[in-house]
Ligand binder design. Structure first.
Ligand SMILES: NC(=O)c1ccc[n+]([C@@H]2O[C@H](COP(=O)([O-])OP(=O)(O)OC[C@H]3O[C@@H](n4cnc5c(N)ncnc54)[C@H](O)[C@@H]3O)[C@@H](O)[C@H]2O)c1
Length: 279
């Protein structure tokens, strides 16, 4: 049976291990007929399990630090040689915050880490798309998908400097959506995903509580990594050929929900406990 990505070629940035959102997207793209090149930093390749996954699924794996333009140039050159031409699809699933990892509060952020967070998690998209334009590395009507989180647009306790990085990332996606769209019909969209248990997704102290809260608040429950992959594949396909500069929420409805009857009950219970303690 024909897949909806038959004949497409893509680069997937950010698969570290089998839990990574990027890995789920890569596997789904391949299942839908695309040829996929995986990319990550040398350190991630050495420490994670992506090399094994790439070998098992016959996907080329090319080391590239997405903050280094010379690495990105080399990645596009090697990918074009391996796949025989321009790519149709790019997934940006790259993020890291040392402030988050080291549990620094937002007000006490270390500025060296802060700049690294912005460089890795946001500016890397600019560098990838700038280089792609310079090298004419993306085919006419290609599609770029960028993974983000709703903390880019609403205050989220504990998400720290990553919230600023995501806001910048989404703005860069829109700007390139306009520029690359006019130039070559290339689409650039953001997928705003539910909290999902991965290495990057687990960096926050209160994460276990938050998975449950998010799952509860979302009418459809949290979207998992396969749900995210489905949305990305749809965006890479020609079915979405006129969709660009958008944020698509793969979040079970979380972002559109404020209150549920169960939360009201929880608060009522807390109130009645307090009243009892006071009397
Ligand atoms: N897991 C979640 O809850 C969640 C929710 C919404 C959005 N996201 C976003 O999805 C994307 C993928 O994250 P994930 O949750 O799959 O975690 P992950 O840890 O599996 O992926 C993050 C990846 O970024 C890579 N990376 C870090 N620095 C890099 C650099 N300089 N160059 C190239 N790659 C680099 C890491 O090696 C890793 O593979 C991220 O942008 C993340 O913010 C995650």
């Amino acid at each position: 049976m024909a897949g909806i990505l038959d004949g497409k070629k893509g680069i997937i940035f950010g698969a570290l291990d089998e839990r990574s959102l990027a890995w789920h997207v890569a596997a789904r793209c391949q299942a839908e007929g695309a040829q996929v090149v995986l990319s990550n930093t040398e350190t991630a390749i050495a420490l994670g399990s992506v090399a094994q996954l790439a070998a098992e699924h016959d996907m080329p794996l090319i080391a590239c630090d997405a903050t280094k333009p010379e690495d990105i140039t080399a990645l596009f050159t090697r990918t074009q040689a391996l796949l025989g031409g321009q790519v149709d699809s790019i997934l940006h699933a790259v993020a890291q915050s040392t402030n988050l990892r080291r549990h620094k509060s937002y007000e006490q952020a270390n500025y060296t880490y802060f700049q690294q967070t912005l460089d890795i998690s946001a500016l890397s998209l600019h560098k990838i798309l700038h280089t792609a334009m310079e090298m004419d590395a993306i085919a006419e009507n290609g599609s770029v998908v960028v993974l983000s989180y709703i903390a880019s647009e609403r205050y989220f306790y504990g998400y720290n400097d990553m919230a600023d990085a995501k806001a910048m990332l989404e703005s860069i996606a829109r700007q390139f959506g306009a520029l690359y769209g006019r130039k070559k019909g290339v689409r650039v969209n953001v997928v705003s995903q539910s909290p999902t248990p991965t290495k990057a997704g687990g960096g926050w102290k209160e994460i276990d509580f938050f998975y449950r809260y998010s799952d509860h608040l979302s009418p459809l429950g949290n979207a998992d990594a396969d749900d995210c992959a489905g949305v990305c594949v749809a965006l890479f396909s020609d079915l979405m050929r006129k969709v660009t500069m958008q944020t698509i929420y793969s979040d079970g409805g979380f972002g559109r929900t404020i209150l549920t009857p169960e939360l009201v009950d929880d608060y009522r219970e807390v109130d009645s406990r307090k009243l009892k303690e006071e009397s």
